[in-house]
Design a protein around this ligand. Sequence first.
Ligand SMILES: NC(=O)c1ncn([C@@H]2O[C@H](COP(=O)(O)O)[C@@H](O)[C@H]2O)c1NC=O
Length: 533
Amino acid sequence: MTVQDLAPVRRALISVSDKTGLIDLARALESLKIEILSTGGSAKAIREAGVAVRDVSELTEFPEMMDGRVKTLHPKVHGGLLALRDNGMHVASMAEHGIVPIDLLVVNLYPFEAALARGAGYDEMIENIDIGGPAMIRAAAKNHAFVTTVVDVQDYGALLEELKAHGDEAQTSYGFRQKMAQIAYARTGAYDAAVSTWMASAIGEETPRRRVFAGELKQTLRYGENSHQNAAFYTDGSNRPGVAVAEQLQGKELSYNNFNDTDAAFELVSEFLPTDGPAVAIIKHANPCGVAKGATMKEAYQKAFDCDRTSAFGGIVALNGALDGETAEAISEIFTEVVIAPAIHQEAKDIFARKKNLRLILAPGLANTAEAGLAWKQVSGGILVQDRDNGALTVDDLKVVTKITPTEAQMLDLLFAWKVAKHVKSNAIVYVKDGATVGVGAGQMSRVDSALIAAKKAERMAQALELPQPLTIGSAVASDAFFPFADGLLEAAAAGATCVIQPGGSMRDEEVIAAADEAGLAMVFTGMRHFRH
Ligand SMILES: NC(=O)c1ncn([C@@H]2O[C@H](COP(=O)(O)O)[C@@H](O)[C@H]2O)c1NC=O
């Protein structure tokens, strides 16, 4: 096979489920003197628009049959796509069997992903698995030395430009065909990823022997976690509310770290439903440095900010409700990288318009933290897959293990601390008072250190705010995993915590409970752990 840079396009086969842009494309191809072959519905639409088109069934001399399951699966189609135009034997076979070359394939597939999104039943999903389309795409893309393959409506414009760019005859360059072939294979790969992932869940296969992940480029990023790392953001097609589908209203492009931190902030604040009242989370390096509820959004922000004002500088702020003017004014007082909210008042937009660098993101509603799904993490040579941590508790799930039972107000703070601890890197210790974090210890290798660091931060804030004592005095404390020894719990007690929430389940639970009783603490067990790494 010799690769020609320019390949003529004299015949196209169009078979599209999504008919967007179809007529304009067909008209343009006709004006370029390209013969159009097409399948049932596509051919009908083209013909109705007054453009000349030949039915594939006329070419194959076979009717489309079995509800469209068989229409293009024929040697006259696949031979026309796959034949090497410079191979004598291929050319002879074409002549012998009446196969004509097909130089351009335009296909988009049965809308399997859309059927999945609307929760279609098993039989409907099966009928939405396209067979003939992927077969043609793979054939044409393999023969990109001669054939151009287009699978995305968004590429119609580039195709037409390319066809017109090389003189009077419609031709495409090798580079263009290669580029389109790569996209084509990624499309069929993503399609089969969606089919196999759906199938695993439909048949209750939790750990299928083979798994595929597919992504679509949302944007290239200036760099990754560090400036020497290339990076890009790919969406997974789930349309889950959050950073992937949110709209950026102003500010510089989100960086890799911005995406990561904004996601962490938004997932955390989404733990608090609008019915819980206004809530704000401030995130640095994927850990919260302040989370609070308030009577107003401004109050929630102020309380979150007061947890750790030093760390909040350059942070990511996420809100569970509308960003109003007074909250925007308060946020504007320090340097903030990103603000994300499910609604943004015009007044807030006007205030942030003065802060050109601040990235303002409008999310389409809160994330559903209870939603089931998979979480992926790359390790050397593989990918770890697990269920998303969608664990959630109510007061009824808690077991009081100490002599003292938490009061109703303490219970509320314990549950608040527990929700926050779920989003803090382990070992996580979170002190909460009156619906606001007052100390967060994150990512330490020792639980005792997390308890100590959080308490130290609270002391520092008390000094800065000129409070008579740290807010950890009389606080509720959450530990994301059990206390293996009493020492971590005693550190929290020394910091002034009066009630504790933790999973329980340690070999030394008895010892830890005895220490809690002796320190006069109320303690509840959740029976659920929230490690996060
Ligand atoms: N079975 C086949 O031979 C076949 N060939 C093409 N298709 C698909 O049929 C759709 C277009 O159908 P229509 O032109 O009838 O609207 C395209 O999404 C295309 O990928 C097929 N359908 C399913 O496999």
